[in-house]
Design a protein. Structure first.
Length: 240
């Protein structure tokens, strides 16, 4: 029985080796602001907070520098514009263990022209992403991920299109810094503020890992040879 058990273990190990999987993440785009004086503005209206992009150079948008596109760091950043379209709170702001959190839905457009014009380098439509940061602090993040939330990337950029084909899992994070006044809640929603931002947009795609045949053979041989330690020893003839 013991020998059979070891045989089963060895065969199961070989099967799992042949079907191993891993998860790979691909950076679709990263950016930073061109001018630190440009700001994301949070504006309160009743029980709702709306986030907008604002700059002197392009009202309604923020000039940015793309530093990574299609998983390739750029020696020379690409100029573009970031525009928030209908980015509005969709839930009640809460505080837990000193952290403020509220859900937001809307669209982030990264385009060659201001106010969502020109080439669509990357557009992110999202539902119920989380804006989260320490109460009284000067930084926060707006982040979403599919699954479990709704996050959808679209692009007309030739380098990005194949990376988002087939709707792989998609996620993004915007880092807000220099929040003024400090992050707080007014009534049931996040209070107004201004902040600078930078962003990262990724896909995470589970992929099958197929071991090299020689690797499987070597591993299998080692496992089978090791069975010799468990019941396959030659018995010495009994002494008279």
């Amino acid at each position: 029985m013991k020998v059979a058990s070891y045989r089963t273990l060895a065969l199961a190990s070989l099967a799992s080796l042949a079907m191993a999987t891993s998860s790979s993440a691909v950076t679709i785009l990263q950016f930073g602001q061109t001018n630190p004086n440009d700001v994301v503005t949070a504006t309160v209206s009743g029980s709702t907070t709306t986030l907008t992009t604002n700059s002197l150079a392009a009202a309604g948008s923020i000039p940015i520098q793309i530093t990574n596109i299609a998983n390739t760091p750029l020696a020379v950043p690409i100029p573009a514009f970031e525009t928030f379209v209908g980015v509005t709170s969709t839930g009640t702001a809460t505080t837990s263990a000193g952290t403020i959190q509220q859900l937001f839905s809307g669209t982030i457009a990264i385009t060659s022209g201001p106010n969502n014009t020109g080439n669509n380098i990357l557009t992110v439509a999202f539902t119920n992403a989380s804006l989260s940061g320490l109460a009284g602090g000067g930084s926060a993040s707006l982040f979403g991920s599919r699954p479990p939330q709704n996050v959808l990337f679209t692009s007309s950029n030739a380098a990005i299109i194949p990376l988002i084909a087939g709707n792989p899992p998609e996620n993004f994070s915007l880092a807000f810094s220099g929040i003024t006044p400090a992050l707080s809640i007014t009534g049931t929603t996040i209070a107004g503020f201004t902040a600078r931002n930078a962003g990262t947009f990724d896909t995470g795609t589970p992929t099958a890992v197929i071991p090299e045949p020689s690797g499987v053979v070597m591993a299998g041989t080692a496992m089978l040879v090791s069975l010799g330690c468990f019941g396959f020893r030659r018995r010495k003839p009994a002494q008279a």
